[in-house]
Design a protein around this ligand. Structure first.
Ligand code: CAP
Length: 411
């Protein structure tokens, strides 16, 4: 198909809605409600095979010489938001709905969305963000140091609270449930939040430092507010949601309701973002999570264990912290992190406004969780003073054993 015709077909399919003009589709209606193609940038790229299979045999479209040509382009399309309003499910149905199943597009990826200020003002955005998170723990001059309790599942509330206590004693600013545990029979949020918050209070009395704990509220949508109330009543100072599985709307409703910051875990979202042939870019998803009210957002990992390279992660960080009419969200660098990853995180990110989050890198420290937490705090002290970790480790045993156990630091 000619690329310009394809762009027009896409815009029509996603707004006025069909491949044929129908009787009530007046010019006036089109003018006001139809999506408009603003720009078609044809990519100078030889595409010889369809990127994804589809039921239509492309040979049917072959030219007189029997050749089938595939085109690649970047389209810029304007959608009138009167069609869907300031509602994320309806927004996505319009800009990224049926279009993914159209056989004529053998690959299609939504790269970015730009919003008018009048649209964004309908959203609260992050209500706590970087500043609100920092205010709760009282830490302003370095990246926040966080941990994910491991093992993810199977711990009794008492054991989990003990691990939270040990991490907090070692200097963690932030601890969280993993995405794999929420309200379960063997560890209800009610019991877990009471025990964890008591343990963190005990740690605070001993260290003088506050620790934030994010309880995972991911559940049936109709239960999330109740779970929020239960944990907040027990003193919780942060909640978490698996945004991609719980849903964007679930997170937005929670964000508008919550009395504490929301930690946004993006597991499952890479099913939308990872393929270059189909889906939605990770950077756009980050932007949408921020728009939907996430205060802290997973952006992948600098030098970590996830699929994105560091530049992708930095692009997502920009989506958390760019100037916008809504608050900035705190980026979370997580996945394969430990003390030895502090120099490279600092060098690449270039500032201290992020949460450096380790699971195994703290809870698998050979001398235990407290030592694991301490090793990351020590690594940050060294990094911010521009001292090599191997040198600093000569007077810090916890950092020394982390390096011995996990391997070489990354610079
Ligand atoms: C990290 C983690 C986190 C991912 C999140 C995990 O553990 O707990 O869920 O970092 O990534 O289970 O993988 P480790 P994302 O520190 O032990 O690697 O938000 O991209 O899903």
């Amino acid at each position: 198909m000619d690329v310009n015709e394809a762009a027009e077909a896409l815009a029509a399919e996603q707004s006025t809605g069909t491949w044929q003009r129908v009787s009530y589709e007046s010019d006036e209606l089109r003018e006001k409600y139809a999506a408009k193609v603003l720009d078609v940038k044809i990519l100078d790229k030889e595409v010889t095979e369809p990127s994804l299979p589809s039921a239509i045999k492309m040979e049917e479209f072959a030219g007189p010489k029997g050749d089938v040509k595939y085109n690649a382009a970047i389209l810029k399309i304007a959608f009138p938001h009167i069609d869907f309003g300031a509602k994320l499910p309806n927004l996505f149905t319009a800009v990224a709905g049926n279009v993914f199943e159209m056989a004529a597009f053998t690959a299609i990826k939504l790269i970015d969305l730009e919003f008018s200020d009048s649209y964004v003002k309908e959203f609260t955005g992050p209500r706590y963000g970087i500043k609100g998170t920092r205010d709760i723990v009282g830490v302003y001059d370095r990246p926040l140091v966080g941990a994910i309790i491991k093992p993810c599942v199977g711990l009794s509330p008492d054991d989990l609270a003990q691990l939270a206590y040990e991490g907090a004693k070692g200097g963690l600013d932030f601890i969280k449930d993993d995405e794999l545990i929420a309200d379960t029979d063997y560890s209800t949020l009610k019991e877990r939040s009471a025990k964890v918050m008591a343990a963190l209070k005990r740690a605070e009395e001993e260290t003088g430092e506050k620790t934030m704990y994010a309880f995972n509220l991911t559940d049936r949508v109709d239960k999330i507010k109740d779970l929020h109330d239960i944990v907040v009543e027990n003193g919780a100072n942060c909640v978490m949601i698996n945004v991609a599985t719980a849903g964007l709307s679930a997170m937005r409703v929670l964000a508008e309701y919550s009395k504490v910051p929301i930690h946004c875990h993006r597991d499952f979202a890479p099913a939308w973002s990872r393929s270059q042939y189909v889906g939605i870019s990770a950077q756009l998803l980050t932007k949408i999570f921020r728009l939907g009210g996430a205060d802290q957002i997973h952006v992948g990992a600098i030098a970590g264990k996830l699929y994105e390279d560091d530049d992708d992660v930095l692009d997502s960080i920009k989506e958390c912290t760019s100037d916008w009419t809504i608050e900035k969200a705190l980026p979370v660098s997580s996945g394969g992190q430990w003390a030895g990853k502090t120099p490279i995180n600092y060098k690449k990110i270039g500032n201290a406004d992020f949460l450096h989050l380790s699971g195994g890198g703290i809870y698998a420290h050979p001398d235990g969780a407290e030592a694991g937490a301490r090793s990351v705090r020590q690594a940050w002290e060294a990094t911010l003073k521009d001292i090599r970790l191997e040198d600093y480790a000569s007077e810090k045993p916890e950092l020394a054993s982390a390096i011995k156990h996990f391997g070489k630091p990354s610079y």
